[in-house]
Structure formats: C-alpha cells, structure tokens
Ligand binder design. Structure first.
Ligand code: FE2
Length: 400
C-alpha cells in the first residue's frame, strides 16, 4: 500500500489520529485521570472513625479522585496538629480510600478535626507531580475513649449481609447520646464484590448516624473474606499495625477483637485454593498469647472478647468455630474473660459460666436482627439483647 500524496495523508491523520496521539502522550505522562472536571475533588463518603486505641484513632473517608490527604486536629480551639498516612515513609497518592491515624490523643478529651484531600492527577516527570483542587471538610468533634471512665455503653450488630435497611431500623432502637463506640461483628458485607456494595451495605449509614463522633470497631467475618474485593478490604477497614485483630481498653474494660477467618477448611472447594487461614490463625494465636500477658489485660476489671464465629460448644459446630475453640478458648478462659460476643450462627444463644465445661465467661451469639447493648459500671456489665423494634430477647448482669 502507498499513500498518494502528503496532503491526503494529512487529511487521514486529522483530526482523529491527532486526538489519539494527544491521549497517548497524556497517558504516558501519568495524567490518565485528568478527565473532566479537570482536577476537581469531593469527599464522597465518611468520615467514619475506626479502631480506637490508647491515645490513637483512625479517621476514614473516601474521595471522588485519588488524593493526598491529611487530618488537621487539635484539643483546643485551633487545629494545631496535622496527621498524614504513610507507608515505609511514603504518603499514599493512588487511592480514593483515605485513612489517617491520629496519635497523641488524651484519654477523655474532645478533639476537633477536619479532613483535607488534595486531588492527585499523576506525574509529569518523577520530580513534577500534578495536583488538582483541594477539598476541606467541615470541622467535626470527637471525645476520645478513656480507660478511667467509670460508666459507659456500647452496642454491637453482626450478620447484616448487605441489608442496610435492617441495620438502619436497628439504629432506631438505640439512645445514641449514651453510646461510646459501636462494634460491627462481621458478615456486614455479604461477599465483597464492589466498593459501592461496601458503602451501601453499612458505611454510608454509619457515617450518617454516628461515624464522625463515635468510633466503629469492625471485626471481620467469613463473608468479608469472599469476593473479588476481599483482598482490598483493608483499604476500607484498615487494621492496626497491619493486623485485623487488636485490643483496646475503655472504662476499665479490656476488649479483645479477634479475626476468626473462614468457617470451612482451607482446601474446601468454595475457596478454590485461594485462602490460607490455618497460618493466619496460627499467627494470630502467637499475638494473642503475648497480648494476654499485658498489663492492660491483667489489670482490667472486665475482659470482653469479640469474634465473628463463636467458640464451638458442640461437636456439630463448623470447622471455623472448632478452630476458635481449639486455638483460643482455653487461653482466654484462663485469663478470666467475662463476656464473649459473637454472631455467625444467625441464632440467639447464651451460654453461662459452667455450661460449657469449665468456661468462666458468658458466650453469646447475636441473631441477624438483634442489637446487643452493654452498659458498664464499676460493679457490673449489664447486657441487653433487643430484637429489631424494641422487644427484649435477653438480659444478663455480669459481675467482675
Ligand atoms: Fe458468618
């Protein structure tokens, strides 16, 4: 094939080929995101506070474009501190999931904080990054957890399985002014297929109801380990120091949140050879045995364990629960746990001390439509399980 003249070649080239050439050059410069509106950015979801620890908490939110983010915060009138996320010294710029850990918080003190995200459009050269607009949120406030607080309350839900309407209906059964934190104990997302699912299942509802001022403690269930986005779960629910299991103390109560993983054996056909929970639970067991020696655990008036799958109480229970029992139950029992909160079975059950061999702790499984409310005072933990709509299923008073 030959081209007849240079002028006809030009006509063939323009305008389509010129446009394609420009697009290719733009992409080569790392500016693939610079579609309309150019450089703009919005906060699309959140904030939701997560993972409270002594002096620390993680602020999460989401943006319409990849961004470089920070949180400005302070305990007084001015936002005189600044925190960013960083991994191995690098501040992330390639995600719309923003998660910044605030440190240096004073127990019981109220902070004011503001989210700041600057759109990141790519690199013109390795030394010339291209930023877009910056968005700043309103100023929020949050009172940090306090190990010395005498009286407090928290609530727990589990097994929502994407049914946000049910979750929001149960929000109506709560007197929110009295709640210090919220536990979401697994299977909230029913197989993680997309980020829209994550937001629709619970995150946006939590942000609307309590997320900016009341921390969320999310404990992974077996359905959050499934689906194409399961491996991105920690962009949305960041762990503590890279772990999905952790401990914290509030009001002289030591909380141990453990990740019970999948409910069947690793080589089950459902998992297609893509899981390794045997090693994961073994790693966690090593961490747990050290954690149980901590002063925080030893000195607490009450000890509460949170796992999605309960410790098995019958030979008929599934593999995951049998593993929870085999690996963790005796060590926890020996340390004098008082209450073990679980879900997974979709049925209410309550096992009192002595009803499962030598158990010292109360073990409960909460149904899919139950709100667990725990009111803690120096002398008792009062547990109330409320069916959606307000009917009380169970009440229990636990002493130290
Ligand atoms: Fe489950």
């Amino acid at each position: 094939m030959t081209f007849s003249t240079s002028s006809s070649f030009s006509r063939i080239l323009s305008p389509a080929l010129i446009l394609l050439t420009l697009l290719a050059l733009t992409s080569a410069c790392g500016l693939a995101q610079s579609t309309e509106p150019r450089g703009s950015i919005e906060i699309t979801h959140g904030p939701v506070l997560q993972l409270p620890g002594l002096n620390e908490i993680t602020v999460t939110w989401h943006t319409s474009r990849n961004a470089v983010s920070e949180v400005r915060y302070g305990e007084g009138e001015t936002l005189d501190k600044r925190a960013v996320a960083s991994t191995l010294g690098l501040i992330p710029n390639e995600s719309t999931c923003q998660a910044v850990r605030l440190t240096g918080l004073t127990p019981g003190k109220t902070i004011r904080y503001q989210l700041v995200s600057k759109a990141f459009r790519g690199y013109k050269t390795p030394y010339v990054p291209i930023f877009g607009q910056t968005v700043e949120s309103e100023i929020f406030s949050y009172t940090h957890l306090d190990p010395a607080k005498e009286n407090f309350s928290f609530v727990m839900w589990n097994d929502i399985h994407d049914d946000c309407e049910r979750l929001e209906a149960m929000f109506q059964d709560v007197d929110w002014d009295t709640i210090d934190f919220v536990v979401l104990n697994g299977d909230i997302v029913n197989d993680f297929i997309s980020d829209k699912q994550f937001f629709d299942a619970f995150y946006d509802a939590c942000a609307r109801q309590f997320g900016s001022s009341i921390p969320m403690v999310f404990v992974r269930g077996n359905h959050e380990t499934r689906g194409p986005w399961a491996r991105r779960f920690f962009e949305y629910i960041p762990g503590v120091d890279g772990r999905s299991y952790y401990a914290f103390t509030h009001g002289n109560v030591y909380f141990l949140a453990l990740d019970s993983g999948e409910d069947k054996v690793d080589d089950h056909r459902e998992y297609a050879g893509l899981v390794d929970f045997v090693h994961f639970r073994d790693e966690q067991t090593k961490w747990l045995l050290e954690e149980l020696k901590s002063d925080a655990c030893k000195n607490a008036r009450f000890r509460v364990v949170i796992t999605h799958q309960p410790s098995a109480t019958s030979a008929e229970d599934w593999f995951g629960s049998q593993e929870v029992r085999r690996l963790w139950r005796d060590a926890i029992n020996e340390k004098g746990a008082h209450l073990w909160l679980s879900g997974h079975t979709h049925r209410f059950s309550w096992c009192k001390p002595g009803e499962d061999g030598d158990n010292h702790f109360h073990l409960m499984t909460n149904p899919t439509d139950g709100t667990v409310r725990v009111d803690v005072s120096p002398d008792t933990m009062q547990v109330t399980v409320i069916r959606k709509g307000g009917e009380i299923i169970h009440e229990e008073t636990i002493s130290p």
